[in-house]
Design a protein around this ligand. Structure first.
Ligand code: HEC
Ligand code: HEC
Length: 425
């Protein structure tokens, strides 16, 4: 009954369906898997509380943190955005930090991420203000587009000066379909990196840790697998310890942080970590929309002809996976999971494992057409600078320069159709 009602509502309002497009499970979960999915979902939506709390299973927030829930930065599993200006707080993004060196290291006092918030008695680390700078580009047919990029200023720093610092502002990306990306095997990634590609496109596998595991997650493919990405998010963004990150997220200089009460050792149990990983791994990619519309069909041809598909690969497959629904599946993420040099315009100049300051992981484009319906303040690209899909394309440089130029040189009808195609993904 409830399901029928929902389907009727969605039929009446496509926008409503779009808002829920990233919340469905992969089809085929059995009853116990469905229960597990729901347990994981409540952990993803949970607002964590300060320890000690009556419910010991969800306490341990902080001492230093960014937001109190995963969904705060991944609203309805979709994309975050950037503040409008310096007076607005970062709601759905964070700033990674390191000190220059080879390799760069975490900041000795602030760690590797600015935690803006602290629990009572523990001062938050400070705030990164976003000041937008703009510039104009003119396309071949005279159409003008304003681009903006952020300049960060650190204020209210509670633990002293930052000194020389490398910074990387990053917006929370969508999280649907990630189990499939997790199950793409290392050989497939290496083969894609080796393949000869047109337009001077290269592409490299990021390598993580002493084991040199291939990177898949994070905006520079700076984490190897979904479970460690999620445990890292609990630790870095909410300061929740887990079997993978057993120590509180406090540097030696942060004494109040080190003295604060914890919510158990670890705060997130192994079974909770397994449940939330199962949940994220089994979120289905959004179904495509309007695929038969003539503009979408034409736009799809432009996507290939402009060279977009060289990086944003329409088709990938998983290797062997212990998860039945992820085992040897074909899917359409519109990414190669490789990092590419995107030129100085997008560079953060902060190396991350084997990725350089100008390399970024090809953003998966599945679902990109629903992100604005889910979050009206959505911002595209790693730091949310692009307000529209067109702005995102016009920031492509480096290995993406040839594709950008073909877009900028195309006539208005072809540009329109390409955007219609993106909106159908
Ligand atoms: C303060 C905002 C913020 C919070 C809170 C947050 N995330 Fe994220 N999330 C991000 C950002 C930014 C990235 C990209 C990180 C990077 O590039 O290193 C990310 C990346 C991810 C990814 C990888 C996505 C991809 O395409 O590679 C997953 C999965 C994820 N987060 C899950 C979680 C979970 C689970 C939680 C709760 C424990 C959480 N996040 C809390 C901001 C946040
Ligand atoms: C050389 C590889 C490459 C090519 C070619 C390429 N892209 Fe990208 N694309 C990327 C990377 C890497 C990012 C992420 C950059 C960032 O976050 O700063 C990205 C980001 C995007 C985004 C923003 C996605 C989001 O969720 O924020 C869009 C839209 C996009 N590309 C569309 C296109 C289109 C359309 C073309 C062809 C005109 C194209 N790209 C060609 C690598 C490429």
């Amino acid at each position: 009954m409830k399901r029928t009602l929902l389907i009727l509502l969605y039929a009446a309002s496509p926008a409503l369906a779009d808002r829920e497009a990233l919340t469905a499970p992969l089809p085929g979960l059995n009853a116990s898997e469905q229960e597990r999915f729901l347990r994981g979902r409540s952990l993803f939506r949970q607002s964590w509380v300060i320890a000690p709390a009556r419910d010991r299973t969800v306490d341990g927030l902080g001492p230093l943190y960014n937001r109190i829930a995963c969904i705060s930065c991944h609203p309805k599993n979709g994309r975050g955005g950037a503040p409008e200006g310096p007076d607005q707080r970062m709601q759905t993004m964070l700033v990674r930090l390191s000190v220059p060196g080879t390799p760069p290291q975490a900041h000795p006092v602030y760690g590797d991420q600015l935690n803006e918030e602290g629990i009572p008695g523990v001062p938050g680390e400070g705030r990164a203000e976003v000041h937008w700078q703009t510039r104009q580009v003119t396309l071949a047919d005279g159409h003008r587009v304003e681009l903006r990029f952020p300049e960060l200023r650190f204020v209210d720093l509670a633990y002293g000066e930052l000194g020389p610092i490398l910074v990387s502002p990053r917006v929370g990306p969508p999280v649907a379909g990630l189990g499939l990306l997790d199950a793409v095997d290392a050989r497939t990634l290496a083969a894609m990196a080796r393949e000869a590609k047109p337009d001077g496109v290269r592409g490299q596998v990021n390598r993580i840790g002493p084991g040199k595991h291939p990177g898949r997650f994070g905006l520079k493919a700076n984490t190897s697998d979904l479970r460690s990405q999620i445990a890292g998010a609990f630790h870095g963004d909410m300061s929740i310890t887990s079997p993978l990150f057993p120590a509180e997220n406090c540097t030696p200089a942060q004494t109040a942080c080190r003295r604060a009460k914890n919510g158990g050792r670890p705060e997130l149990s192994a079974s909770q970590l397994a449940d939330i990983t199962f949940y994220v791994a089994h979120l289905a990619p959004p179904p495509r929309r309007n695929t038969g519309a003539p503009a979408v069909v034409r736009g799809s041809a432009h996507f290939a002809a402009f060279g977009c598909a060289v990086c944003h690969r329409p088709s990938l497959h998983t290797g062997r996976s212990p998860q039945r629904l992820l085992d040897r599946r074909s899917f359409s993420p519109y990414t190669d999971l490789l990092v590419h040099d995107m030129g100085p315009g997008l560079a953060d100049d902060r190396p991350d494992h084997a990725a350089s300051g100008s390399q970024w992981r090809t953003a998966p484009l599945w679902g990109i057409g629903v992100l604005a319906a889910i979050n009206e303040n959505v911002g595209y690209l790693h730091d949310g600078r692009a307000r529209t899909l067109e702005e995102a394309i016009l920031w492509h440089g480096g290995e993406g320069e040839a594709a950008r130029r073909r877009y900028a040189d195309a006539d208005a009808a072809a540009r329109h159709d390409l955007i219609e195609f993106l909106n159908s993904l």
